[in-house]
Design a binder for this molecule. Structure first.
Ligand SMILES: [Fe+2]
Length: 187
């Protein structure tokens, strides 16, 4: 089973600059996971991001889904979960120095609990499935210092082991694009 693949992005610096330019200042230095209003449209206005997705033929599937940020303070762990919200695959792009920051993948025989995110819009993309760590075994570990694509339906957690605030850009592929994605990345 493929869990993730590291990818090379030619215009990475420009994407990082663009995505950081609209990161809300008040979110700096606190752990949060969020989507801007009209998130896909907002990010696809950037030529850098559109060009990257166009090169894979996946722009329209991101447009149908959502784009968000995962920000994690130093030494903080996001508990084991699988994502929810009409997508399976995601591009995760580090916007800041992300060495010593890891995603661990797990296997388990136990069904997760659905957690309904407590936000004012009750955004489905913020719902997730929660696992108890005692029911899970680590199967792989990935350092998130360079861009990668992953299967968000495999239980995973995220740990920022560095001393720096870490921000990732998350570009979600609507499930209708799964076949295209799997072909492009030879999944
Ligand atoms: Fe996740």
């Amino acid at each position: 089973m493929t869990l993730y693949k590291k990818i090379k992005i030619k215009n990475l610096k420009q994407i990082q600059q663009d995505a950081l330019s609209i990161f809300p200042k008040e979110r700096y230095d606190s752990t949060s996971f969020f989507f801007l209003p009209d998130s896909a449209k907002t990010f696809l206005k950037f030529k850098s991001i559109r060009t990257m997705l166009d090169s894979y033929g996946l722009t329209s599937y991101v447009e149908k889904c959502c784009v968000g940020y995962s920000a994690i303070s130093p030494k903080i762990r996001i508990p084991i979960h699988k994502d929810s919200g009409g997508f399976t695959y995601s591009f995760n792009i580090p916007l800041t120095e992300s060495k010593k920051s890891f995603v661990n993948f797990y296997e388990t025989a136990v069904e997760p609990k659905l957690i309904i995110a407590d936000n004012e819009k009750n955004d489905k993309a913020l719902h997730y499935y929660d696992y108890n760590i005692n029911d899970c075994t680590v199967i792989d570990k990935l350092e998130t210092s360079s861009p990668y694509v992953l299967d968000t339906q495999v239980p995973h957690d995220v740990y920022n082991g560095s001393d720096e605030f870490r921000i990732m850009l998350l570009l979600r592929i609507d499930n209708s694009g799964n076949q295209v994605f799997e072909k492009v990345f030879d999944w």
